[in-house]
Design a protein around this ligand. Structure first.
Ligand code: NI
Length: 404
């Protein structure tokens, strides 16, 4: 029922070997301008200033998630049996498109504009864009079905579990991919073993066989280590902090004293109005990089200084947040003429390796025991039990420019 490509397309991928495409609609989405735009958005925001090869894009990650969903719905027998043809294609497309709404430097951008990439993802799929037309030309109602999976509103909950739960194609891909491109080994785990032990319970709940628990424990530890070694690396957070402050300064200045070229590019940040998809499309990390370059010559000394810091990686110092120490630093900064609105920031992060939710929602990992009963993971694994009953790890830092 779904049109095939004339021959199977295979794309080389360092994580999965090959990405296989034989559906015309998938190929058309990949070739759309919105999807190609993901080449211009880095997967890891500021982490590349720490791990110099972490320049990989959301384009590669999105293809990787698609490939994993494709394998799950075709190679994992239980999943394949539980879904019809249309549901399988919907899940693959949801995997492919789950990050389509990411903007440049997501963290800093979303913080200043008070938007979320999830919101843009659904708009790009449903608001009559090139993507909407490709999906609707393939099959009426497909764009809403795909967006529903991403919103967790699909009539079949299994579809959302494949894309986003605690054990999903998104996490499977980004851990391996980010580990590969940062050169860290923490993110590695036994993906093939997890796929082999995946089952479907009652036709709608993804579970793991009891014999797969060790592989899942390993995956949870991989995720925990990646958070603290890569995603929450204090220097990457310094870069994102300076970016956030630059965006904030631009927004506070409004339209005063800025040249037209820069204004039109950064309009979505400056105006504070609802961002049109056209304006959003223009703003990627390539165009922002050029914009920052122009901003280094901006008449406002704060804007030009922060832009130079971003361009040339002159980042902020940091230390653990402690009231007395904080006060001292703030006084020194003030004495040196720094405006604390743009030269002082707190950044607090916390992360739990695994948080089970009550009930049978998509938030928990379920294990099928040998006797056929199901248990939530922390009741089937001593390691996970200890992890969730220990204290949550957090890290509260303050960021500020180096003062001589
Ligand atoms: Ni993702």
């Amino acid at each position: 029922m779904f049109k095939k490509t004339t021959e199977e397309k295979v794309l080389r991928d360092p994580v999965h070997g090959y990405i296989h495409v034989d559906l015309q609609v998938v190929w058309d989405v990949i070739n759309s301008s919105w999807f190609q735009r993901l080449r211009r958005i880095r997967q890891l925001g500021g982490a590349y200033v720490v791990y110099h090869c972490a320049e990989h894009s959301r384009f590669g990650h999105s293809l990787g998630v698609y490939e994993l969903v494709r394998r799950m719905v075709s190679e994992v027998q239980d999943i394949s049996n539980a879904l019809n043809e249309r549901e399988k294609v919907t899940a693959m497309l949801a995997g492919l498109l789950h990050d389509i709404g990411h903007g440049p430097y997501s963290h800093a951008f979303e913080g200043v504009t008070k938007t979320s990439h999830e919101e843009f993802t659904c708009r790009i799929i449903e608001e009559n864009t090139e993507i909407t037309r490709i999906l609707e030309d393939c099959c009426e109602g497909l764009s809403k079905d795909v967006a529903d999976v991403i919103r967790h509103e699909s009539s079949n909950p299994l579809l959302s579990q494949l894309i986003s739960s605690q054990l999903d194609a998104d996490r499977f891909d980004y851990l391996l991919r980010d580990a590969y491109f940062t050169g860290t080994k923490y993110g590695e785990y036994d993906l093939e073993r997890i796929l082999r032990t995946m089952r479907v319970h009652d036709g709608k709940q993804l579970v793991i066989k009891e014999s797969g628990v060790y592989a899942v424990e390993n995956y949870i530890m991989a995720r925990y280590h990646m958070y603290w070694q890569v995603y929450y690396h204090p220097v990457a957070r310094s870069y994102e902090t300076v970016l956030h402050l630059l965006f904030k300064r631009l927004k506070d200045l409004g339209y005063e004293n800025a040249d037209e070229h820069v204004i039109s590019l950064f309009e979505p940040i400056i105006s504070g109005k609802k961002i049109s998809l056209d304006a959003y499309f223009q703003l990627d990390e390539t165009s922002c990089g050029y914009g920052f370059h122009l901003l280094t010559k901006h008449p406002d000394p704060i804007v030009s200084d922060l832009a130079i810091r971003i361009r040339d990686r002159i980042l902020f110092e940091y230390q653990d947040s402690q009231p007395n120490e904080n006060r001292k630093i703030r006084n020194t900064l003030k004495k040196n003429g720094y405006d604390l609105h743009y030269y002082w920031a707190k950044d607090e992060v916390a992360q739990s390796p695994y948080v089970p939710y009550s009930g049978s929602g998509t938030g928990s990992i379920w294990v099928r025991m040998k006797d056929g009963s199901t248990k939530e993971l922390s009741n089937a694994s001593n390691i996970v039990y200890s992890l969730i009953h220990g204290p949550e790890k957090d890290d509260n830092k303050v960021y500020f420019p180096k003062v001589e």
